[in-house]
Design a protein around this ligand. Structure first.
Ligand SMILES: [Zn+2]
Length: 118
């Protein structure tokens, strides 16, 4: 979870750009293009992968990326076979929650994209 750099108040909602407590947050940079994060190829458990997805989505919205690409794998290698299907379902849910659009990656069935439409 992010914290306000001014007062340390936890900011628990996606894409919020000011602190509900002190109303401060340093001016942010705006980044171009897609943010890409691999959550399945470093021996992650599902819990860890899930945390990485949540943090990546928050970062993608905060920095106004066009979209977020999550590489979750699809193979039969231990972690990936668990993370792949769960990540796909979770990303569909998150896309709805943040008003984005879920899409599979046409070139890589081990990856999914949330377009953020901003
Ligand atoms: Zn604050």
């Amino acid at each position: 979870m992010r914290e306000c750099p001014e007062c340390g108040f936890p900011i628990d909602r996606f894409g919020v750009d000011h602190c509900p407590k002190c109303d401060g947050l340093a001016p942010r940079e705006v980044r171009q293009g897609m943010l890409e994060v691999d959550v399945a190829h470093a021996g992650e458990t599902w819990e860890h992968a899930r945390e990485k997805i949540v943090a990546a989505l928050d970062e993608a919205i905060y920095y106004r990326h066009a979209g977020l690409k999550i590489i979750h794998g699809y193979g039969s290698r231990s972690g990936q076979s668990i993370i792949g299907p769960r990540a796909t379902a979770f990303l569909r849910h998150l896309a709805e929650e943040v008003g984005g659009r879920y899409a599979g990656d046409r070139n890589n069935r081990g990856a999914s994209i949330i377009w953020l439409n901003r």
